[in-house]
Design a protein around this ligand. Structure first.
Ligand code: BGC
Length: 747
């Protein structure tokens, strides 16, 4: 027997004895990737000094924190997130560092991803953005965001996945799996109850337990338990009179306790405000507490973080033990082993043709056709196309806060339309002046959007240019300027800004071939809805924005996006109306030295369609989206009339494409509890499927649901309860377009 066959023989004996063959290695356990993760964590941990442990739990720069240099354990490098990889910034500042190799693919905003209602596109998104993060050697991608769309003024709704916890929970899981398949951790944000921006550091959310568990936590829970997210970001705001970064209930009791989260909790930047409470119950890793560390005197500012010197002193004085620190460091080591110390992780790629194709496809499939009186799709060979509106040309990848990007390419809607119709005369008129800025943290669009004409002249010029146009396409909406779709502040009006309604109404007066394209991450008022024959909801679609839009307007792609939130007729119809609900009321006391406001979620579980189902006021419902074809739903059938304990029921509905082009329909399943001891919504989304059909093709769409889909959260007993009695399974094409109902009983 030669050596090779001897070794093989030993390996076979090992397998025969029930042991996995082990690679012979002189490496210490923590460096040996044949060893189980926890053994590596324990081994590395056992070699660390107190100073090394303290160093690991707080930042060393704006976006990085130390590893253990002595042991060769790498640093942790974070990046925003969530729509593309942020430009490199200076060591201590938000400003970009001016690198020339950090231009990336900008992917569609997450509100758009949610509008695809397509789990596989979410996986593709995660995989693609994860590859870019990996290429740039990042450990953690700061995203995705799954805060619930509570009302239409939240400046960050564009970064989140809509108003429904089930939709957000289903869409976030494949995103996470896609990112983490690259050996890059996601950091799901902002946990939790961060549903508005104004006063985000000082607003204390008052919410009942049932609402917390049914509306605001499920998407995070799905991210942790189904997506196996490796990190999560604690939000800025307060809950139960404690900042989220040191919140005992949300972090210790629910996240780590009830959900068994074994990953890292990272603070939002500057979200930590104390040492002892944070050390006991709070985040594992503190970021952003102070910046510009190099100008704060002789001592590095990072040493003054709450989880730095003050933490070590508290341990040495016996004010707190080391148990929490040890757990924290082990979680951080686990993160490092899952990511940068995983020798098998792929290498990633940046701005590849595949990423551009993914961005274009996701973008096109996210666009929602809200209304269409026969104007779209556009004819194959239009003579003249008039495009009106600032958003047709304005670069949208720059601005909006931490999701701002330095994209290598951004195809504007105007350029997308021009590229699609090379033979047409495509004319652009500005129509209105919105935001002429174009710079964020040193990244500039390079666009000069200054304008000399006044509002009346701009409208008159647009109306004049409409003469002889085969199509007039108005492209407006919101943008990424402060008080629009942007971090840190919320919107101040529900209506379109910058006098856009007047432009749209003037154009509607001179053409019956008007298409209004609203680019936003939020619902807006549409007082002209009856005068405009075609309305399209578009999103911030990034690098391929213009191509994605042209794909849909031309009919190259049949629209299949559906709204992830309700568009109410007017602001006074939405569930958040009182000052106590938003922006909250100053209570006259301070927490962590800050004057705190109470913000009461008195609307309770009645958020989004759960509210509008009771109170009306809907212009376009949640789940709505038209197609260039038509779909007919047959009678839904159920496989059994009653569900037993631990049982399931399956609802099947035949769907047929009755039009003349191929298309995809989002078939939605809502459940209604017909007999309940507590107040429940008229219906709740518990299943959806996107089904693509050729003309004339028919398919059976099935949904299997279990008791979980029937349950409400019983706060008194802290348990999910499905009460026996009658339930309805409602098959629908939107929250207001019910196509069939079947009943069943829970025995
Ligand atoms: C934002 C986070 C972001 C972080 C780092 C904060 O202001 O709320 O979403 O990841 O900054 O840029």
């Amino acid at each position: 027997m030669n050596c090779r066959s001897l070794l093989l023989g030993l390996a076979l004996v090992a397998v025969a004895c029930g042991q996995a063959p082990r690679k012979q290695s002189n490496l210490p356990v923590y460096l040996d990737d044949a060893q189980p993760l926890e053994a590596r964590v324990d081994d590395a941990f056992s070699k660390m000094t107190l100073d090394e442990k303290i160093a690991m739990v707080h930042a060393q720069s704006k976006f990085s924190s130390p590893g253990v240099p002595r042991l060769g354990i790498p640093e942790i490098w974070c990046t925003d997130g969530p729509h593309g990889i942020r430009a490199e910034v200076l060591w201590d500042e938000w400003d970009q560092a001016g690198w020339t190799n950090d231009s990336i693919t900008a992917f569609p905003a997450l509100s758009g991803l949610a509008a695809t209602w397509d789990r596989e596109l979410s996986r593709l998104y995660g995989k693609s953005i994860g590859e870019e993060a990996r290429y740039r050697n990042k450990t953690v991608l700061l995203g995705p965001g799954v805060n619930i769309y509570r009302f239409p003024l939240n400046g960050r709704n564009f970064e989140y996945m809509g108003e429904d916890p089930y939709l957000a929970g289903e869409m976030v899981v494949p995103y996470i799996e896609g990112v983490q398949s690259n050996g890059v951790a996601v950091c799901v944000k902002h946990y939790a109850l961060n549903n508005s921006e104004v006063n985000r550091h000082t607003a204390n959310t008052i919410v009942d337990d049932r609402t917390l568990y049914e509306i605001y936590l499920p998407a995070f829970k799905a991210a942790v338990q189904k997506g196996h997210a490796w990190s999560i970001m604690a939000a800025y705001n307060l809950y139960n009179d404690e900042h989220l970064c040191s919140n005992e209930i949300l972090l210790d009791k629910i996240l780590r306790g009830e959900w068994g989260f074994d990953g890292v909790v990272i603070s939002d930047w500057g979200g930590v405000h104390n040492t002892l409470q944070t050390a006991k119950h709070g985040v594992d890793l503190e970021y952003g507490s102070w910046t510009d560390g190099l100008t704060m005197g002789k001592t590095n500012a990072y040493d003054n973080y709450y989880l730095a010197k003050a933490y070590k002193d508290a341990i040495l004085k016996g004010e707190i033990g080391t148990e929490e620190l040890d757990a924290r460091v082990k979680r951080l080591l686990r993160l490092v082993f899952r990511t940068s110390m995983d020798r098998n992780r792929p290498f990633g790629s940046q701005t590849s043709p595949e990423h551009y194709a993914a961005a274009r496809k996701i973008g096109a499939e996210s666009i929602v056709l809200l209304k269409n009186d026969g104007v779209l799709p556009m004819a194959a060979n239009p003579g003249k196309i008039l495009v009106v509106g600032e958003n047709a040309v304005k670069m949208m990848t720059v601005g909006g806060g931490s999701s701002s990007l330095k994209a290598k390419l951004e195809v504007s809607p105007l350029d997308g339309i021009k590229a699609r119709y090379p033979g047409a005369e495509v004319v652009w008129e500005r129509g209105y002046v919105g935001d002429v800025g174009g710079e964020y943290n040193g990244v500039s669009t390079g666009q000069d959007l200054r304008e000399g004409r006044d509002a009346a002249t701009l409208i008159a010029d647009a109306v004049k240019a409409a003469e002889g146009a085969d199509y007039v396409i108005f492209i407006g909406g919101l943008n990424k300027a402060d008080r629009q779709d942007s971090e840190g502040l919320d919107r101040v009006q529900y209506g379109l800004p910058y006098g856009q309604d007047a432009v749209i109404e003037a154009l509607a007066g001179v053409t019956d071939k008007l298409v209004v394209v609203n680019i936003s991450g939020n619902a807006v008022a549409m007082p002209w809805v009856e005068q405009v024959p075609a309305i399209v909801q578009d999103w911030y679609l990034g690098t391929q924005a213009g191509h994605s839009l042209a794909d849909v307007l031309s009919g190259d792609v049949n629209p299949s996006g559906h709204l992830p939130f309700t568009i109410p007729v007017s602001y006074d119809k939405n569930p958040v109306q009182t000052e106590a609900q938003y922006p909250g009321i100053l209570r006259g006391t301070t927490i962590d030295g800050m004057p705190v406001l109470d913000m009461e979620y008195t609307e309770g579980i009645y958020v989004g369609y759960r509210w509008y189902d009771l109170h009306g006021g809907v212009l376009f419902p949640f789940g709505h989206g038209l197609s260039y074809t038509t779909f007919e739903f047959g009678e839904p059938k159920i496989d059994r009339k009653s569900m037993k304990d631990n049982g399931t029921v399956t609802v099947t509905v035949p769907v047929k494409n009755t039009g003349s082009v191929a298309g995809a329909e989002v078939v939605q399943l809502y459940i209604a509890d017909a007999e309940s001891s507590v107040s429940r919504p008229a219906k709740e989304l518990k299943g959806f499927a996107k089904v693509c059909l050729e003309p004339g093709q028919k398919a059976d769409v099935s949904f299997t649901i279990d008791r979980e889909a029937l349950s409400f959260f019983d706060a008194d007993n802290h348990a999910w309860v499905a009460e026996k009695g009658l339930f309805r399974a409602i098959v629908a094409a939107s929250a207001q377009d019910v196509r069939g109902t079947v009943e069943f009983e829970l025995k």
